[in-house]
Design a protein. Structure first.
Length: 314
């Protein structure tokens, strides 16, 4: 199931009620109220994958609150995790209170009262929200209840790739992402972020690490990638790093080249960049030069980049 909601077409006088009702109907039973005098506005996109929910959330300054009455009424049995991308939030749960800036995340227990104040520069705040069943997360990460409302840095490669994976699932959907992601995978990735944020190791097996590495490479194709540096960034030995790709019947180098060639072909077929020199598109895909890109393209698709572009766009 996927849902997209916006206040843009709702009259200002009705927006607060509409916004609260839309959130409650879709993914979280909460009270909302504006912070400051700005007109209420917001958008969110939401998908459900098994028992997990993923949300891309953008709003004007708001206070989002679940008190004991709503906890009882909601019957929720989830944990929620916010990846802060724009603006800031102040999360309060129990005795813990944490100010969350971009590049940080925060866990909270939807089975207990909480309050989250979202605001930021230019009157906007944006977060990616992951909701997972409480029992599954506690089974994967026993300290979950003790980590609520404590900001967690998301500066390492693995946590950034988890956030990027959430974005790609929201954009493409689980069925179209190419990864075959299920709810248990999302729980495992969130538990890995929490373990690393608590000073531990991620404990992900190689198949799940491949998804994160592939996500990272797709987002950073123009960069030069060093296998030792990537292995260190994802918390594995070089031997394990190479086995991750061997499990798929390929190598790190061949996989990266395939991603670059596929991206190159997509760009060559896009009308919006039809006036861009082929050499510039090649560099944007991470090739050293146009000659390297042309050889790789012709080896894969049996025609030159120029010939392919002419044929597709004519």
């Amino acid at each position: 199931m996927s849902v997209s909601v916006s206040t843009d077409l709702v009259s200002p006088a009705e927006r607060q009620a509409f916004w609260t009702e839309a959130i409650c109907r879709s993914f979280a039973n909460i009270d909302t109220r504006p912070l400051g005098s700005a007109t209420v506005s917001g958008q969110f996109e939401f998908i459900e994958i098994g028992g997990a929910k993923l949300v891309r959330f953008d709003s004007s300054p708001q206070c989002y609150r679940r008190d004991a009455r709503l906890v009882s009424a909601a019957g929720s049995d989830d944990f929620m995790f916010d990846f802060q991308t724009v603006g800031r939030s102040l999360m309060v749960q129990g005795a813990n209170e944490g100010a969350v800036e971009p590049g940080y995340g925060v866990l909270y227990d939807a089975r207990r009262p909480f309050e989250d104040r979202l605001d930021g520069p230019e009157q906007r705040a944006q977060v990616l929200i992951v909701t997972v069943p409480a029992a599954r997360l506690i089974a994967a990460f026993r300290d979950a209840e003790r980590c609520c409302a404590i900001p967690i840095p998301l500066s390492n490669a693995l946590s950034r790739s988890v956030a990027a994976l959430v974005r790609s699932l929201l954009r493409d959907g689980a069925a179209r992402s190419g990864y075959g992601i299920e709810a248990d995978d999302i729980v495992a990735y969130l538990a890995a972020v929490l373990r690393q944020g608590s000073g531990g190791t991620h404990e992900l097996h190689r198949a799940r690490l491949f998804v994160l590495l592939d996500t990272h490479l797709r987002r950073n194709l123009a960069a030069t990638h060093s296998a030792p540096a990537l292995a260190a960034g994802f918390g594995v030995s070089e031997r394990t790093f190479y086995r991750i790709f061997a499990d798929r019947g390929t190598t790190f180098e061949r996989h990266t080249l395939r991603l670059r060639v596929e991206r190159f072909r997509r760009l060559l077929s896009e009308v919006r960049v039809s006036d861009e020199p082929i050499a510039r598109l090649a560099l944007a895909c991470g090739f050293a030069d146009a000659a390297h890109a042309s050889r790789a393209f012709k080896s894969t698709f049996r025609e030159t980049p120029r010939g392919y572009r002419t044929r597709i766009l004519r």
